[in-house]
Design a binder for this molecule. Structure first.
Ligand code: TXA
Ligand code: MG
Length: 325
């Protein structure tokens, strides 16, 4: 079983970072908190360590991973940054943004981590524990979300332990993640900046920073991202979106007030945010799906506005509701 370090305890912080960095050096896997979701971290330069990520997650091998580094300068050394990429890095790093740029061949990144692509997904996380770990390790780490492939992403250390506990050496427990949905992914590999995945940085903030709209993914490379598979982030229960009424026996995932008609007969209810705050709702989304899963055969989801972080929330919910394949 993994060694779990309570990182809010100052007496455990350094020991946790040292044990996790040692594990990475040995090619083992670490449950790493970030401000979005917990990552399953491995040495990005080691093909064997990366193979461990894929087998642990049961992830299809052609899905490339996000490479996390501790500083903007370090991350920029791994890819080539056109002007718009530089603008976005300076505006949003460290933070919940991933940039896909042409890969620098000189970078010591295992081909398996980028799935053999000539592009690379880069992120500088803001979370102090992630930054301390990568700094102590001294090299970039590859980290997908620390859930089994197709499951809901983990926003607590307990979620990581439940999904992958027998496969990770160390889990750094920093409490629930602040943002709760994965990073926004922007593709900058042709002249057109593209929103590859909505996430922790809202679309309008990115468009304001670069002064132009984000395009949809190009057809040719759209299907490679598992976050872009139609059925993804799926609880076991059936998910019914935009529920204006709750049917008998359903669980209810609510947003704001008033609750949908019939809410009083729900098998269980979680309100993502009573005050209608989309940031609070994003932070609670994956925990709420895990909690409601198992309380009913169907989770009815109240309508959620599609602006700001609502775009990422609705994206994840739409995938959770998609036919399973
Ligand atoms: O918030 C996050 O982004 C979390 C934390 C741990 O950093 N990570 C995360 O990783 O969500 P993952 O592996 O679950 O999702 C990464 C996404 C996938 O959809 C993958 O296909 C896409 O990034 N991706 C990675 N490299 C890519 C590339 N070169 N081109 C296009 N998409 C890429
Ligand atoms: Mg994931």
């Amino acid at each position: 079983l993994p060694e779990i370090f309570e990182m809010s305890n100052p007496a455990r912080f350094d020991a946790g970072i040292a044990a996790a960095a040692d594990s990475l050096r040995r090619g083992a896997l670490v449950g790493m908190p970030t401000e979005t979701v917990y990552g399953l971290a491995a040495d990005a330069s080691s093909g064997e360590a990366i193979a461990g990520i894929y087998s642990t997650k049961s992830r299809p091998r052609f899905n490339p991973l996000i490479i996390h580094d501790f500083s903007i300068e370090a991350a920029m050394g791994l890819g080539t940054f056109p002007p718009l990429a530089r603008t976005l890095a300076e505006a949003f790093w460290p933070g919940p943004l991933t940039l896909v740029v042409p890969r620098r061949r000189s970078a010591a990144i295992a081909d398996l981590a980028t799935a053999g692509l000539d592009t690379i997904a880069l992120r500088v996380p803001a979370h102090p524990v992630a930054r301390a770990l990568i700094t102590a390790f001294g090299r970039p780490v590859a980290a997908p979300s620390a859930n089994r492939s197709g499951h809901v992403s983990p926003t607590t250390a307990a979620h990581v332990a439940t999904d992958l506990g027998d496969r990770v050496a160390v889990i750094l427990d920093a409490g629930p993640t602040g943002i709760g949905v994965e990073s926004t992914i922007v593709g900058l590999t042709d002249e057109t900046p593209r929103l590859l995945r909505s996430g922790g940085v809202p679309r309008d903030a990115i468009e304001a920073a670069i002064g132009r709209p984000l395009a949809a993914p190009a057809e040719a490379n759209a299907p490679v991202a598992p976050g872009m598979l139609r059925s993804h982030y799926a609880p076991a229960a059936h998910v019914r979106l935009n529920a204006e009424t709750v049917r008998p026996g359903e669980a209810l995932l609510a947003f704001g007030e008033p609750l949908p008609a019939g809410a009083e007969q729900a098998a269980a209810t979680i309100n993502l945010s009573r005050s209608g705050d989309l940031g609070e709702a994003a932070a609670r989304l994956f925990s709420a799906l895990r909690e409601l899963d198992g309380t009913a055969a169907t989770i009815a989801v109240a309508p959620i506005p599609d602006h700001g972080l609502g775009e990422a929330i609705n994206d994840r919910l739409t995938r959770a509701a998609a036919p399973r394949g």
